[in-house]
Design a protein around this ligand. Sequence first.
Ligand code: ZN
Length: 255
Amino acid sequence: MRKTLVAVSVGACVVAIGGPVWLGRTPDAPVGAAADPRPIHVTEVPQTAPPAAATTRPPFDRGARSTTDPTSIWVVVNKTHPITPSDFRPELDIVRGYQVAPPAARPLGRLLDASDRRGLGLKIASAFRSYGYQQGVHAATAAARGEAEADLRSARAGYSEHQTGLAVDLITPDDPGCDFEACFARTPAGRWLARNAWRWGFVVRYQPDTTAITGYQPEPWHLRYVGRPLARELRVTDVRTLEEFFGVAGGDYPS
Ligand SMILES: [Zn+2]
């Protein structure tokens, strides 16, 4: 966990031992994203005004929610932590024709609305996937690319975040050749997501250079809902994986 006495380029925050100190600027206004004035306070964040003067933020409570309960928005699902029970099926709401778990539904709709307002037109390509469906996805990937590649590109049934209903894959109509490809990260939509998804409580779950930690290659199109407080905390502390933040093991399947 990085925690050093350095200034970071998020808002006017100085990260210090004991927690970040805010110097009169809300963390909701990252440098370079000032042209995005609308999506503030969209989920669980209280509608209180940010402190006007320098103040110390209380430490983030990492034990506030379960990381093992599949109904928890902080659940960590990876190749060493399958969903329990394996046939878990969440309650499901519908967003633009796709099934997602209720906590993620409204934030996802608002993220897509914001994308539309900016002319990005992000679309959902995949959301909730049942145990049985994931079996089919993994088998198809294995048939096309081999087992080893399939394990890097798709989860085995019972190990996919998509089964929680909290994960979505997004595509952009501007660059269809980059659907589910690394180049999605370089599209305007991909860049916008990387900078702004946290505002609605989503994180880009599989980022570059984290394969050994998450078990997956970078997937700039795969968003995971964790709620805005955690998404913001990950951004402020520059922690890129849930595994590192919660101290949960990840990486490859146990052999
Ligand atoms: Zn995905």
